[in-house]
Design a protein around this ligand. Structure first.
Ligand code: NAD
Length: 289
């Protein structure tokens, strides 16, 4: 009989990730308070359950793909979260590394192992099952969930529990900072009279290239769709985690902090559900000059 995986959080990422697990032959019991997210899992061939308890009961592995650490903590502390001893909980959300460590210690007392396995690659690579997965935890525990993780992408162990969450936040600080400066460069070039497509072609063959010039600008900004599926406020959350980490360990982060402040200003102005690629629209309206 195929292994049962509980999946909590079936949103932009959790939806396609849980569908990959179904395709790989796992029995997936998924929970999300949003009915349309549950319907999508049913359509993909999984079992959508109306309550958290239904996703956790009988699952040897429970995957969490939730917005933030507050919701992750509340979920595993919920009375419906009754995980049998030996259950492995894999937090694939972009959570706060120190809180992940605390939660792992708390769950250990209940006989439950917590691992972190956040991802990069966005909705496109979640659909394709080709995410970059950065893990934290004991190698033996990670080996146990390796078939589950490899159905969703390629895994690299970052270190002990919490390490995946640390490197994920740092990655997004890089991503957000280069998206902002790429957007500044693109707007300046356009105003000067350069063709944006030609600029991107040149950047992508030069030292200015990045995920922003290779994917975000050509796929979501130039076409004007702004539909990457990664919310601006989720990006800001990750930047906050990264600069918080730099502060905790006492390393310099003047640029990271400045970028985070600018993204925070954008978050105040843009509508609640804005995609993170809409940072350029905020920049276009920026009144600082
Ligand atoms: P999302 O907002 O689309 O999905 C989150 C889902 O969690 C929603 O469907 C929501 O209904 C559900 N949810 C909220 N509270 C819940 C609860 N208590 N129990 C069960 N479900 C609950 O967000 P997303 O884009 O899928 O992001 C999920 C996580 O992945 C975040 O931590 C984000 O930072 C990270 N992430 C997102 C992307 C991306 O491109 N979207 C990429 C990498 C990492």
């Amino acid at each position: 009989m195929s292994e049962t995986v509980g999946f909590v959080g079936l949103g932009n990422m959790g939806g396609p990730m849980s569908a990959r697990l179904v395709r790989a032959g796992f029995r997936v019991n998924g929970f999300d308070p949003a009915a349309d997210a549950r319907d999508a899992l049913t359509e993909a061939g999984g079992t959508a359950v109306p309550k958290l308890a239904g996703a956790v009961a009988g699952a040897a592995t429970v995957v969490l793909m939730l917005p933030n650490s507050d919701i992750v903590s509340a979920t595993v502390r919920d009375e419906g979260f009754v995980a049998g001893p030996g259950t492995v909980v894999v937090d694939m959300s972009s959570s706060e590394p120190l809180r992940t460590r605390e939660l792992a210690a708390e769950l250990k007392e209940r006989g439950v192992t917590l691992l972190d396995a956040p991802v990069s690659g966005g909705v496109t690579r979640a659909r394709a099952g080709t995410l970059t997965i950065m893990t934290g935890g004991d190698p033996t525990d990670l080996a146990r969930v390796s078939p589950v993780l490899s159905a969703m992408g390629t895994t690299t162990r970052a270190g002990d529990v919490g390490s995946g969450h640390a490197v994920k936040a740092l990655n997004n600080l890089l991503s957000a900072t280069h998206l902002l400066v790429t957007s500044e460069a693109m707007l300046a070039g356009e105003k000067f009279g350069l063709d944006p497509e030609v600029m991107l072609e040149i950047f992508n063959r030069s030292s200015g290239r990045s995920g922003s010039t290779e994917n975000k600008w050509p796929d979501f900004i130039l076409p004007g769709t702004f539909d990457s599926g990664f919310g601006l406020r989720l990006m800001l959350k990750d930047m906050g985690i990264a600069v918080g980490l730099a502060e905790q360990v006492g390393t310099p982060d003047p640029l990271g902090r400045a970028a985070t402040e600018l993204w925070a200003r954008a978050a105040e102005v843009l509508e609640a559900g804005a995609d993170h690629t809409e940072i350029v629209n905020w920049l276009r309206k920026d009144q600082t000059r």
